[in-house]
Design a binder for this molecule. Structure first.
Ligand code: FMN
Length: 371
């Protein structure tokens, strides 16, 4: 039944389908999978938080913290809500979300449309703490005169209601936001976020979400600044402004951030570079193009503690998180590992990790990968 509903939703324009999905989950409708891990252990601890499994819903789906309970019930080990800005804002003119069906991808230029931090805080106050891990992703308003101060305000308002905070400095749809990735701005941003935590009188792990469109030198500088500023984990990556050759959809030329299948390889490459620069001093969250268990496993082999996805859910429907978890378990079994710590970082080279995960998927009981 859920597959059928997902197929019907795909007939709607992208943003209408997104709204419908958020409403459905807000009412906690959807499949309720029971994942039997047997003797395998999917739990991950990062920043002192125990995640029941490594697969999370990436930011951008539950922008106003309206449906995280419903999303957790689909099987996600965590949900990252947001991006939440201090003030409500409308975002860019519609249409601003495009499905690239032929390319298994999406382009969006939402531009942080949202109800703002006060409305999000009200929703987060209804949190049942035993329902699962919720991270809060924050950003700056488009017309803010002091974007760095926006991060402080949002952190101060929301940190007490979150398990972790993500500073999103990588959306391509807010002019100037990605400039905060330069080492000099980053230091001020991280001090402002710490001040926000002090304002809220709480301590919370800070995650930093970066773009896939960074040069290695800049990436090295970001990682060093993150380490010295006490960042807990890097999230690699947000959507890309690049348009890889080979896209065939008529929407491929739309302005905005590209996500889904074409992002998988470049985002996994950036993840590998972050792991190399971090030398074990930071946690790492792998995001970008995950649409099957072997892709999640490849990111873990490269060194990811956690894996997030968004476009895979949009294109495959609500049974997708449970399917990924089942595939991940089959791959662990086929690889002879009983917990994720034994797999994490075993193949730090992205292409080799991907090849290994594809080979495993062809011999295990999962959906075989198309090489
Ligand atoms: C429609 C849409 C909206 C998004 N909005 C946000 C956002 O508000 N904040 C953010 O940090 N990332 C946002 N993202 C990026 C995702 O969190 C994720 O990093 C990216 O899409 C790559 O993962 P995927 O290929 O699994 O979708 C958005 C992605 C999509 C497709």
């Amino acid at each position: 039944m859920w597959q059928l509903l997902a197929r019907l939703a795909r007939q709607l324009p992208g943003e209408a389908a997104h709204k419908l999905a958020v409403e459905t989950l807000r009412w906690q409708l959807g499949p309720r999978p029971v994942i039997d891990a047997g003797r395998l252990d999917l739990a991950v601890t990062l920043g002192g938080i125990k995640f029941p499994n490594p697969i999370g819903l990436a930011a951008g789906f539950d922008k106003n913290a309206a449906c995280y309970h419903g999303a957790l019930r689909l099987g996600f080990g965590h949900v990252e809500v947001g991006t939440i800005t201090p003030l409500p804002q409308a975002g860019n003119p519609k249409p601003r979300v495009f499905r690239l069906a032929e390319d298994h991808a999406v382009i969006n230029r939402y531009g942080f449309n949202g109800k703002g931090m006060v409305a999000a805080a009200q929703n987060l106050q209804r949190r049942q703490l035993d329902a699962g891990v919720v991270g809060v992703n924050v950003g700056a308003n488009k017309t803010s005169k002091d974007p760095i101060a926006d991060y402080r305000h949002a952190v101060a308002a929301l940190a007490g209601l979150a398990d972790y905070i993500t500073l999103n400095i990588s959306s391509p749809n807010t002019p100037g936001l990605r400039d905060l990735q330069t080492a000099q701005h980053l230091q001020s941003l991280l001090s402002a976020a710490r001040a926000g935590l002090d304002d809220a009188k709480v301590t919370r792990p800070l995650f930093l979400k970066i773009a896939p469109d960074l040069h290695d030198q800049d990436l090295a500088a970001i990682v060093e600044t993150a380490v010295t500023s006490g960042v807990c984990a890097m999230i690699a990556t947000n959507t890309t402004i690049a348009r890889p050759s080979g896209l065939t959809s008529p929407h491929a030329g739309e302005i905005g951030g590209l996500s889904g299948a074409p992002l998988f390889a470049p985002a996994t490459d950036i993840l590998a570079q972050v792991v190399t620069h971090a030398k074990g001093r930071l946690g790492v969250v792998g995001v970008g193009g995950v649409a099957s268990g072997w892709q999640a496993y490849a990111k873990i082999l490269v060194g990811a503690d956690l894996v997030q996805l968004y476009t895979g859910l949009a294109l495959n429907g609500p049974e997708f998180p449970a399917q990924i978890l089942q595939e991940l378990l089959a791959l662990m079994q086929a690889d002879g590992v009983s917990n994720l710590a034994d797999a994490k970082g075993q193949i730090p080279h992205a292409t080799k990790a991907i090849e290994h995960a594809i080979r495993l998927s062809q011999t295990s009981a999962t959906q075989p990968a198309k090489a």
